[in-house]
Design a protein around this ligand. Structure first.
Ligand code: PMP
Length: 382
């Protein structure tokens, strides 16, 4: 199989699995228990927290382990909003947040919170002047992703942090697609809260974290004694140890980013050469190294994915969570892309396991399958 769906999830690294197995079999005691095995589990939890803090540039007390990014996103927005001053009742999201996060935005709006959305430009970048106009003194918090999961476009976190700070608002950043692919330091990133998820950087699924700047007013949403009262529930110790191991394996992310970007660029150049009807979104703006979001003329994404499947290539149509539906991507819609073009969107996302051979095979095998379909499409086009 050629796996080109790393933005949906990544394979767990062998060293991650090796770190987790002894925890699953031996360190199963409850880390809140007072007995010896419980204390041992507690020490492992502390060690993992220390490793996460070291790699991500935060303090250990700023790490709150969660079940993944969706939970971290929800608890950040609800927890920061609940703690905001009563005159700050407005929440600002970008229009291109992850589908699950936009559901939270809708739920907040339905419950009476005033929710505003930051627009994006046609090239996929955030509309900063519009953001400046929307972020005012009545805003409790701004929630913005660091990188978009569909287009890979990077968002101007530092600039939005400055706007939020000037307005006295909090900033939450969903860095799920960013961490592990681009250099990241919590202490200097400008956000008050940052979400991440282990399965996007070769860690296990079902575990992530919210990094919450020390001293930030926050009201817990899941009550219990764990995580200093900020997130109740017995910790998923094996998952947490796996998350820490995956972060430890990252090393200098810019080296891997350069390797993956050059494979992605080669793939895009090869596809355009062989199939001139290929259109690539966000190619001219800063984006994640492994993401390519494209369409082949207006060939239906289902047809393309079927051909890819036949070749043993795993790819996706935009966000995995919403694929299979017939609605055009909300991200492309926000960029002003017409529905018929958006419905042809295919996302190829490369990662640590992608090789030059993967790219060469795809370039050798896919164009001959798509060329006749594109010629047919041109013949029937009005
Ligand atoms: N935010 C973004 C930007 C994502 O890409 C994803 C995963 N598709 C999530 C949040 C949700 O992460 P999780 O699966 O850990 O809940």
């Amino acid at each position: 199989m050629i796996y080109l769906d790393h933005n949906a999830t990544t394979p767990p690294a062998p060293a991650v699995i090796a770190a987790m197995l002894p925890v699953l079999s031996g360190l199963w005691a409850n880390s809140s228990s007072q007995h010896g095995p419980g204390q041992e589990a507690r020490r492992a939890l502390g060690a993992a927290r220390g490793a996460v803090a070291r790699v991500l540039g935060c303090k250990p007390v700023e790490v709150i382990f969660t079940s993944g990014a969706t939970e971290a996103n929800h608890m950040a927005v609800r927890g920061l909003l609940a703690a905001a001053a009563p005159e700050r009742r407005r929440v600002v999201f970008s229009r291109i947040e992850h589908a699950g996060h936009l559901r939270l935005a809708r739920a907040l709006a339905e419950s009476g919170v005033q929710v505003d959305f930051l627009p994006v430009l046609a090239d996929g970048r955030l509309d900063l002047p519009a953001a400046a106009a929307l972020i005012g003194p009545d805003v409790a918090l701004v929630s913005l992703m660091a990188a978009n999961n569909e287009t890979g476009a990077l968002m101007p976190v530092a600039e939005v942090a400055a706007l939020a700070q000037a307005a006295g608002a909090r900033l939450h950043v969903d860095a799920t697609q960013f961490i592990g692919k681009q250099p990241f330091v919590f202490s200097t990133c400008g956000a008050d809260a940052v979400s991440l998820s282990a399965h996007k950087f070769n860690g296990p699924k079902g575990v992530g974290a919210l990094l919450l700047r020390q001293g930030t007013p926050f009201i817990a949403q899941t009550l219990g004694s764990q995580e200093r009262g900020r997130r109740g529930g017995t910790e998923n110790l094996a998952g947490i140890v796996g998350l820490a191991a995956a972060l430890d394996l990252l090393g200098d992310v810019s080296v891997e980013a350069a390797r993956v970007a050059s494979l992605r660029d080669e793939l895009e150049a090869g596809l355009i050469r062989a199939l001139p009807a290929t259109h690539i979104w966000c190619r001219s703006v800063p984006r994640l190294p492994g993401t390519s979001y494209l369409r082949f003329g207006q060939l239906s994404v289902d047809v393309v994915l079927q051909r890819l499947e036949r070749l043993g290539v795993a790819a996706s149509s935009g966000a995995a969570c919403s694929s299979g539906g017939s609605e055009p991507s909300h991200v492309l819609t926000a960029m002003g892309v017409p529905a018929d073009e958006a419905l042809a969107a295919v996302r190829l996302s490369l990662g640590r396991t992608t090789t030059a051979e993967d790219v060469a095979s795809l370039l050798a095998l896919l164009p001959p399958l798509l060329k006749p379909l594109l010629q047919e499409e041109m013949l029937i086009a009005p």
